[in-house]
Design a protein around this ligand. Sequence first.
Ligand SMILES: [Zn+2]
Length: 323
Amino acid sequence: MTWARQRSLSRRGFCLCCIGSATFAATGAWLTPSQVFAEARELVDLIRSGAAKAPIKVHRLRGNVSVLEGSGGNVAVLTGADGKLLVDAGITASRPRIVEALASLGSDPIRHLINTHWHFDHADGNEWLHGEGAAILAHENTRKHLAAAQRVEDWNYNFPPSPPGAIPTDVFATDRIVKVNGSTLALRYYGPAHTDGDISVAFTDVDILHTGDTYWNSIYPFIDYSTGGSIDGTIRAADANLTAATDSTVIIPGHGAPVSNRSELKDYRDMLVAIRDNVARLKQQGRSLAETVAAKPTAGFDAKWGQFLIDPAFFTQLVYEGV
Ligand SMILES: [Zn+2]
């Protein structure tokens, strides 16, 4: 492992969404499938061992809502007499530090878990949280992906089915209202976006919106074409988030600094649209993927957005795939 990769892995926590780009960044070239597979295996172990050590930072937001940073995707927590509710489960190796962070928010037991989508860095902790007493709610496609083996082509990686306790037992198709701890949560399906199972969770009483991985704050996102994601779906979801938010809404992104706002979200949407246009123009001219990457269609954005594990070349590939 190069220093650069180690540094970027440890800088902002860990995310399986980043394996493909990490292999590219480490070698400067795409690897053969078997090399990528070996790298991915190595990185899964790294993600787990890294999460085992990473500190969990607690950000208190509004009312009884907080966000935990440091275990894969950002985890929202609602406390109260009906028991704690979590939005996303983080990575299992963080369990002791998540338990500690949750205890710092009060002694209510863990009773409710909502998954924003099926990815490992958002649902790996499902099993232990269910063991603690959490009922799991998600979109029906999230249950489908967790219940069966999944191949993610852009990671060249196969995920086994999740254990029975990790599978959501309550699912919905388009909308769901959840009333718990005196709060009303509005859950909404985006349609195919980052995957085909993404939902937003709005804490309506305190104007907080958890977007899952439809929004990465100030970093290029992963897009999972293998389970229904696309650049156009990602842009549609960003538009839906802009419509759902006002200037006073606190926005929790799937990745990146966990306390965000509509202005930063607008920058994200504008970045997606501009790069999509640049890449589409090059592809329409008949340029290959390698030629498109070489033309640097993301150049104007890289200084800000390209500093995480989805690097400019990998993000260009993800956009190229969908235009
Ligand atoms: Zn994801």
